[in-house]
Design a protein around this ligand. Sequence first.
Ligand SMILES: C[S@@+](CC[C@H](N)C(=O)[O-])C[C@H]1O[C@@H](n2cnc3c(N)ncnc32)[C@H](O)[C@@H]1O
Length: 271
Amino acid sequence: MEQRDTGFELLVRYLHKARGLDLNQYKLNYLRRRIGVRMRARGCQDYNSYLQVLRLEPEEFSRLVNDLTINVTEFFRDEDVFEGLRREVIPTLIRERREMGMPSLRMWSAGCATGEEPYSLAILVHEALSREGGKEDWNVRILATDLDEAALARARRGRYGSVKLLEGMNPEDYFTRDGEDYLVREEISRMVKFMRHDIASRPPLRHFDLILCRNVLIYFEKGRQRKILEGFCDVLRRGGVLVLGKSEAILFGEGLPLVPYQRRLRIYRRT
Ligand SMILES: C[S@@+](CC[C@H](N)C(=O)[O-])C[C@H]1O[C@@H](n2cnc3c(N)ncnc32)[C@H](O)[C@@H]1O
């Protein structure tokens, strides 16, 4: 056991120092399980031999990152949450920004996987601004970040085999067809900028009107989850909105400068 632990620590240290992948904040059981999957796939009996494989074969590193970062997602995942954003949250943000004389929105999808989440958000903003008129005057920036380069590359392509929209939405308004595939239209994709970012590090920008972080924090230890949530609060403007996922809401701690906005949907506002 001692031996295994030392090997494990060496592996984690190597990944951090040599490859820039900081796994120290992840839950130990989760890490061991996921790394174990790759070790079995490569026929490695212990962490040391897996470390050798990682040193010798650059592709194994991408495979490990891929296994550590589970990219399951879809357009408008948890429809009721996106309906809440559609009916209440986004129209309110737009009204407030207009009243402030600042027709701009800055949003962040943290842990965006293959892009369906930030594109869903862009579709909602597009729909709301089209309804209100004056869309051309608005500056909308949706920052979409993830740790996984392969997922980001797919997100940037904006090509999907299937799409699911909310009631009353027309796929042709947001996608063009290319054979069986759906390509995100330029007027949607230009709102979204993808960037590699580790959620456990400092937030990449400030003054967000809305942050979505869903189905990501489960991988982290409690203390780190709390730090990440504090980081979100620091970079949300006053009145800004935080949208968490089902797995995130239960960790919601006392003492953060947030009040429930739509409690059932795990939507909160910065006080
Ligand atoms: C299950 S997906 C969630 C996607 C989307 N937010 C949703 O709810 O549909 C989790 C994503 O978190 C990303 N992730 C895991 N650890 C991360 C980290 N330290 N920094 C940024 N993203 C991370 C994974 O790469 C994966 O794409």
